[in-house]
Write a protein that binds this ligand. Structure first.
Ligand code: AMP
Length: 401
């Protein structure tokens, strides 16, 4: 079965074509990304085996991007399909499933209507996801499509973890609650962690740390998410590339008053000007911060904040999980930065954790970075949301047949 996985963002479309012979088959036969949609210099990157190309063309929107993807997949010279009818199913990443979707779902008009309703909760993310779904309905008609939600894995949060202590009427009226994001990533790495530890996921207490340009942690007990750091939006929680994470909400009111800021100004400050970029004043990319640290106090301070705030969440989740068997580090920072990984665990010896400096040099590969005698296991696991989407799509489509 050929499954096309599509992740339609506001300015990019990422795609992977999987050949799934069986549930565990995960052959990626082609993949790539269309970048700079709607702005100058749009291009398509395509990789299939050892063939790799980048082509430039004007791409005004997601539909044109997907037309191009279909064209290249079936190209006489470099394509991997003879005809588009060889695509058997399509899996879409959808950011917000609201309270309705706690699992992946086969797309129908009714489902799409609910996804559209959820756009109000994710105005930057769900609309391009919907455009991608509609474009695929037209370009590859009659093929089953599946929506895999970023929020779904956190649908198991207990009420006391998802209700905010603001007037309850706002939850009733606007569904203001913690939803959590990066769910597909947390679910994937938790499953891999259990395999690496040789244990059943159902008996483990894990903290999964997705640390990329967006950062979220999840507390996973017996295979289900019981708490997570992102909330009503992906702004809450850990400090991120340009997002502030947890701050005193009164700061927002104070700044709006003092600086005469409107909602858009404040939104830009919290989402685009804060976090690593805001504190360092250098860059949102932790590689630049690590490079600048020897000479710049604010770069060192930024690294201290990242580690300190990560440590606090691990401590909080240790408490809510009632112990901890493993911590997983994933995404750009988690998979690459030996320095940040090590600094998070400094001073956590009382949790039974010891980091092995040699093992901690690992990059973009699965491996333990804790010592063999560390009772708390720390693992690096590259995330693979696309595979997770392909697997869910495979399962839903084959169950339906
Ligand atoms: P992601 O959103 O998962 O693609 O992660 C991107 C972020 O990961 C970048 O903005 C960097 O902050 C971080 N990153 C990627 N590679 C490295 C590295 N080698 N060392 C430190 N941070 C890295």
């Amino acid at each position: 079965m050929n499954i096309l996985v599509v992740n339609c963002g506001s300015s990019t479309v990422k795609y992977q074509l999987f050949r799934m012979e069986e549930e565990n088959g995960d052959d990626v036969i082609a993949k790539g990304v269309v970048e700079r949609i709607g702005i100058t210099g749009s291009n398509l990157e395509y990789k299939a085996g050892d063939r790799e190309i980048i082509r430039e063309r004007e791409i005004p929107n997601q539909r044109v991007a997907l037309e191009w993807v279909v064209e290249i997949l079936t190209d006489d010279e470099i394509g991997v399909l003879e005809d588009i009818s060889q695509i058997d199913a399509i899996g879409h990443r959808v950011v917000h499933g609201g309270e309705r979707f706690t699992d992946s779902v086969l797309l129908s008009q009714e489902v799409l209507d609910v996804v559209r309703e959820c756009s109000e909760l994710a105005p930057l993310h769900n609309p391009p996801n919907i455009l991608g779904i509609e474009a695929c309905q037209d370009l590859i008609p009659g093929v089953p499509q599946v929506a895999v939600f970023d929020t779904a894995f956190h649908g198991t949060l207990p009420e006391y973890a998802y209700i905010y202590p603001i007037p309850y009427g706002f939850y009733r009226k606007y569904r203001i609650r913690r939803y959590g994001f990066h769910g597909t990533s947390h679910k994937y790495v938790a499953g891999r962690a259990a395999k690496m530890m040789g244990k059943n996921l159902g008996e483990l207490k894990l903290v999964t740390c997705h640390m990329g340009s967006g950062v979220s942690f999840a507390a996973i007990k017996n295979g289900v998410s019981i708490d997570t750091s992102m909330g009503f939006t992906p702004l809450e929680g850990l400090m991120m590339g340009t997002r502030c994470g947890d701050i005193d909400p009164a700061i927002v009111l104070y700044l709006m008053d003092k600086e005469g800021l409107d909602i858009q100004d404040m939104d830009r400050i919290l989402n685009k000007k804060s976090g690593v970029l805001g504190v360092s004043g250098i860059s949102s990319d932790t590689r630049d911060i690590e490079d600048a640290a020897p000479a710049e106090h604010r770069a060192r301070l930024t690294l201290e904040l990242i580690a300190y705030r990560a440590k606090k969440y691990i401590g909080a989740y240790y408490a809510v999980l009632g112990g901890l068997d493993g911590v997983v580090l994933t995404a750009g920072i988690g998979e690459n930065s030996s320095y940040i990984r090590k600094s998070i665990f400094v001073g956590l010896d009382h949790f039974g954790v010891k980091i092995d400096d040699e093992k901690n040099t690992i990059r973009r590969k699965e491996g333990f970075i804790s010592t063999d005698d560390s009772s708390l296991k720390v693992m690096v696991i590259p995330t693979n949301e696309q595979l997770m989407i392909a697997l869910d799509t495979y399962l839903l489509v084959t169950q339906r047949e």
